[in-house]
Design a protein around this ligand. Structure first.
Ligand SMILES: [Zn+2]
Length: 107
């Protein structure tokens, strides 16, 4: 991932004061007519992280697997981080939402 992409990501939202490690994707800015996912604070008991977006932004996301299904985990990096979860979905559907989230068509 190039420095250019990181600078772009830093412009998306307020960033914490540390450098971008530049190894993970940065979600695009949400489009005006993006799909709003149904977020809940209810965390699955155990999950495995499959994918994650760069944590250099104030909000980052993880695609997580839990008990044969998949969810998206949203982390808002405040002094006390706020966690939200969307899903669960079957694998293909979760991948679809993950892709839409990355390109800014879902949040
Ligand atoms: Zn970054």
């Amino acid at each position: 991932m190039s420095d250019e992409q990181c600078v772009q990501a830093a412009d998306l939202s307020d960033s914490p004061d540390w450098e971008c490690p530049a190894v993970s994707p940065h979600p695009a800015r949400a489009r005006a007519n993006h799909t709003v996912l149904a977020w809940t604070a209810l965390a699955p008991e155990r999950s495995r992280v499959q994918e994650f977006t760069c944590a250099c932004t104030a909000v980052y996301y993880e695609l997580i697997a839990h008990s044969g299904a998949y969810l998206i985990h949203k982390v808002t990096q405040l002094d006390t981080p706020v966690h939200a979860f969307a899903g669960p979905w079957p694998h293909a559907e979760a991948r679809r939402w993950w892709s839409l989230l990355i390109v800014g068509d879902a949040r």
